[in-house]
Design a protein. Structure first.
Lengths: 118, 253
């Protein structure tokens, strides 16, 4: 560790561990534009699929899958979570398992309501 | 306050204090925790939407309206069937404002005050443009007769045949299309979920304006770092992230 003295811990982190997220590992602005390109292409694919494919469950699953890809790009690169420490990544992502459980539970319930009502 | 080196001490023992086990500041970690809780809130709203819609399958009395036949307006193109066009524009505005936000964060790490201010300003413009679009979208929705508990956007069997004959860019004559009351939850969930998201965008714009003023005043320059831009940026990207799913569930599916 360097002998440079920092005003407070916030400044120390900003200048060291956090600084690496933006320069050493993410190559400045080049990567930002690359991710923007990917997000735009996926959105255009979404729009094209909407007009080309007929309405079906498969199409819906495809839209959700593309949505998850976009979410991973935004969280991973724009919010720099991918380059953070593993314990921070796990703190944020693991609790999202509850959402997965919630989706499964509510789809099951929604299906029951549907057969119950009609 | 005297300047002291909290961080340069205790290099050997992580548990002796004075070190961040997450390598992020307290403020940034708490922003992540807040966003996690906000993600749960939006998940609950979207799953609530999903289950309501799923349970409406097969309902012939109050069918679920086709988004294709509801969100098909575009400014200055009245009466023309343009599904998904306007909302795609909104999506691109929000993605682009996310890009300018991340460019502001990057400029902050180079301590380039003017660049940070420029990109923050562009982000505020993007957010304001998105809010304007959403206001227009709501105005159309309400103007078409939607209220929190009622809408007449579903199609009768006869109306559906006519709607199937509609192609992109063709003119709609609503008086010829037979529309009936749709599922109650359709307009209620649209107002609540897009409204809750829109409120997040609004508060994001307000926070962005405050940080923009602080950048201009030289507050972060004096502080020695632009970490506030990073924290505000996390919130702004989250708003964009939620829109990805609102766009998917409300408009695409």
């Amino acid at each position: 560790m360097s002998n440079v003295e920092y005003k407070d811990q916030e400044t120390y982190l900003y200048e060291n561990a956090q600084e690496k997220l933006y320069h050493a590992e993410s190559h400045g602005t080049k990567e930002i534009w690359r991710i923007f390109g990917l997000l735009s292409v996926i959105t255009v694919i979404d729009i094209l699929l909407y007009f080309i494919l007929p309405v079906s469950m498969g199409r819906n699953i495809l839209f959700i899958a593309l949505g998850i890809v976009k979410a991973v790009l935004i969280v991973g690169y724009f919010m720099h979570l991918k380059h953070e420490r593993v314990n921070l990544i796990l703190t944020v992502t693991v609790p999202m398992m509850f959402v997965v459980f919630f989706i499964i539970a509510m789809l099951y319930e929604g299906n029951f309501w549907s057969t119950f009502n009609h | 306050m005297s300047s002291h080196s909290v961080a340069t001490t205790n290099t050997d023992n992580v548990w002796a204090g004075g070190k961040s086990p997450f390598n992020v500041s307290y403020g940034k970690l708490m922003m992540w925790i807040f966003l996690l809780s906000d993600a749960f809130t939006f998940s609950a709203l979207l799953i609530g939407y999903g289950v309501t819609r799923f349970s409406a399958v097969g309902d012939t009395e109050f069918p679920w309206p086709l988004p294709d036949m509801v969100f098909n307006h575009f400014p200055f193109a009245h009466g023309i069937h343009l599904p998904l066009f306007f909302v795609s524009l909104m999506t691109f505005i929000l993605i682009f404002s996310s890009v300018t936000m991340v460019l502001a964060v990057e400029a902050g790490h180079r301590k380039a005050k003017d660049e940070v201010a420029k990109y923050m300003f562009l982000t505020i413009l993007g957010g304001a443009a998105f809010l304007g679009c959403q206001a227009w979208e709501w105005a159309q929705f309400i103007g078409d007769g939607a209220t929190l508990g009622y809408n007449h956007f579903a199609l009768s069997a006869d109306g559906e045949t006519k709607a199937n004959g509609l192609s992109l860019f063709s003119h709609i004559h609503w008086e010829e299309v037979d529309r009936i009351s749709g599922a109650r939850g359709f307009s209620a969930l649209f107002f609540i979920v897009t409204g809750f998201h829109g409120f997040h965008v609004f508060s994001g714009v307000v926070i962005n304006i405050i940080t923009y003023i602080n950048v201009k005043r030289g507050l972060y320059e004096k502080r020695g770092h632009y970490e506030m831009i990073e924290k505000v940026g996390l919130y702004w990207h989250f708003v964009d992230l939620v829109w990805v799913f609102v766009f998917t569930f409300f408009y695409l599916i």
